[in-house]
Design a binder for this molecule. Structure first.
Ligand code: FES
Ligand code: MG
Length: 587
């Protein structure tokens, strides 16, 4: 059967074993294939184990410095068990783990590296389908971007959220409570001893951050776009159901290969609209915008900030999970019915006929899913936040847009004007911020620039700029902040992010000066600096571009090819339709 010749729709066509991609390596009676077979036998496999069977790559992002994926070291055996049961041949191919907690300056520098690695691992090896094991923030888009461009049948297994944190009987949420209690410590409200207790209690099991951070956002998106078995993205990492998800995904991928159920058949434009709707309803991380745009464009759909804006106006936040919600965590979300129940609540905003990896349509996959706690997963009639979680602002400070998360900020900053206090880099901001004589009021707009895709480099999660100590002591816990950086999905506050184009490449943010008045109006989706066009022209003429960040290594490639935030920060040359198609490798 020719690739791409299977008609869309629910009918299932079974491929012939001889048509398997791996058969090109293992089948022919020639010297090359002799080599492949003899080397497989060197590893102890008998020809019966692979002949006529789909070879399934398991892309495992486990590492000893990746706490969110620690269980993948063992879960991979459950995946293999499933593949073997269904008559496939599993092969584990390790991939970079992009550990959010340890990789510096930011994992965002390496998302595209994982995407390239994924695509090339699949292309260069004798495999017919892939199980993608990820979960920590950038691992989900990284794996999916690569698998989408390669377009072999693929299924995603999210690592699952870790258990709720606990300290002195109080529930702790990943990220969110670190920021919160850090400010309490700096304000003198808790002791060093308390802080140590929080350090030991906030991350109690393997698994991803259990707030609605980037990890939970992106795994929900992976499911909404159809790439995860129904309900899979909400299962806590430490739940036995997660083990069963692994073996079931192993069984299912083998059939997906026989059915030639490729990412392109699943990831339609409508599937991406579903992902945006779900992201909004979940109270998603701002990072969702960047990753979803990149992913959709790989699948061939021109999704942009306007699509987010459209959905943000119509889909309210109904997932009451921190930081947009005020009380609950992913474990509670799972007990309340999980993602299937949430999608069922917003079904009027979804395209229900989209296909999923299960072989069912989305409508079938969520049919009958019930909410068991209507405070955790709210009905549309009683949302956590009336409009979508994110808003896209435009104006002379951000002609290509910027992003704010109105659901997780002090509402008095939704419409605000104040003088800018501008820092050119993170170290100078950090060294000034605890100065109790800093010339700053709660009405100021704290600004960091040169923190975008090229300037960061890698657009680090610095966007929740630290509150000046002076203001903390005065009792303030929020102020308007602005940068071309990202922020963690577990962060909160009146933070304007992703200003595009970034200052490092000469975006207007580069021209802002301390004392200029910055105004935002979230309802009007507007952001401005109150500086005349003539004055901006004068400043532009005097502006000199900063020195390049890299002169050798991966960073050079990154700097030359990274696209701006509003375009998804993909490398230009990774766009699936860029240049002539990459051929199958010669064997
Ligand atoms: Fe891995 Fe948050 S650090 S998901
Ligand atoms: Mg994060």
């Amino acid at each position: 059967l020719e690739a791409g010749s299977i008609p869309d729709g629910p009918q299932v066509v079974r491929r012939e074993p001889a048509s398997l991609r791996s058969a090109r390596w293992f089948g022919p009676a020639d010297l090359r294939s002799f080599g492949h077979r003899s080397r497989a036998m060197q590893m102890g496999y008998a020809p019966e184990e692979w002949t006529g069977k789909p070879v399934i790559a398991i892309l495992n992002t486990w590492s000893d410095l990746q706490p969110c994926h620690a269980h993948f070291k063992h879960r991979v055996d459950d995946v293999k068990r499933g593949i073997l049961m269904a008559g496939g041949f599993p092969v584990e191919l390790p991939a970079i783990s992009v550990s959010e907690s340890f990789v510096k300056p930011t994992t965002m520098l390496y998302r595209n590296m994982l995407a390239m690695e994924t695509e090339e691992l699949l292309r260069s090896h004798p495999v017919d389908g892939a199980v993608l094991m990820g979960g920590c923030d950038k691992s989900t888009p990284g794996l999916l971007l690569g698998a989408t461009s390669m377009n072999l049948p693929a299924i995603y297994i999210p690592a699952g959220p870790m258990l709720r944190g606990n300290w002195q009987g109080k529930v702790l949420g990943s990220g969110s409570d670190s920021w919160k209690y850090w400010d309490e410590l700096r304000a003198g409200k808790i002791t060093d001893q308390d802080w140590l207790g929080i350090e030991g209690g906030i991350a109690r099991s393997y698994g991803t951050c259990m707030t609605m951070g980037t990890a939970s956002t992106m795994t929900a998106i992976a499911e909404a776009v159809g790439m995860v078995l129904p309900g899979g993205s909400s299962i806590p990492a430490a739940d036995a159901g997660h083990i069963r998800l692994c073996s079931e995904s192993g069984r299912r991928i083998v059939d997906m290969v026989w059915e030639d159920l490729t990412p392109q058949r699943i990831q339609t434009r409508e599937a991406y609209e579903n992902a945006i709707a779900v992201a909004m309803a979940m109270g998603c991380s701002t990072n969702a915008i960047i990753h979803l745009i990149a992913m959709a464009r790989r699948a061939g759909h021109a999704i942009g900030l306007d699509d987010f804006e459209r959905y943000s106006r119509k889909v309210p936040v109904i997932g009451n999970v921190r930081p947009s919600g005020n009380a609950y965590l992913m474990e509670d979300f799972f007990y309340a019915g999980g993602i299937r129940a949430l999608m069922n609540e917003i079904r009027e905003h979804l395209h229900l006929d989209c296909l999923t990896v299960s072989g069912q349509t989305l409508g079938e996959a969520i049919q009958g899913a019930k909410v068991y706690n209507a405070d955790v997963i709210r009905p549309l009639s009683n949302p956590v936040y009336g409009q979508g979680s994110l808003a896209v602002l435009k104006g002379n400070l951000a002609p290509s847009g910027c992003v704010i998360k109105p659901a997780a900020m002090d509402q008095r900053f939704l419409k605000h004007s104040g003088p800018a206090l501008v820092f050119d880099d993170y170290p100078s901001l950090k060294s000034a911020i605890d100065d109790e004589n800093l010339d700053v009021t709660a009405d100021h707009v704290l600004v960091l620039r040169n923190a975008g895709p090229q300037g960061g480099p890698g657009m680090p999660e610095w966007g929740m700029l630290p509150m000046p100590k002076k203001l903390l002591k005065e009792g303030h816990r929020d102020m308007l902040r602005l940068s071309d950086a990202r922020m963690s999905g577990t962060s909160y506050g009146a933070c304007v992010l992703h200003v595009a184009p970034e200052s490092f490449v000469g975006g207007p943010l580069a021209l802002l000066r301390t004392g200029d008045i910055v105004s935002i109006d979230v309802e009007a989706r507007a952001i401005r600096m109150e500086v005349s066009d003539e004055e901006l022209e004068r400043r532009r003429a005097a502006w000199t571009p900063p020195a390049p960040r890299y002169e050798r290594g991966y960073g050079v490639m990154f700097s030359r090819h990274i696209q701006q935030a509003d375009e998804g920060c993909d490398f230009d040359f990774l766009r699936t339709e860029y240049g002539a198609p990459v051929p199958e490798p010669a064997i």
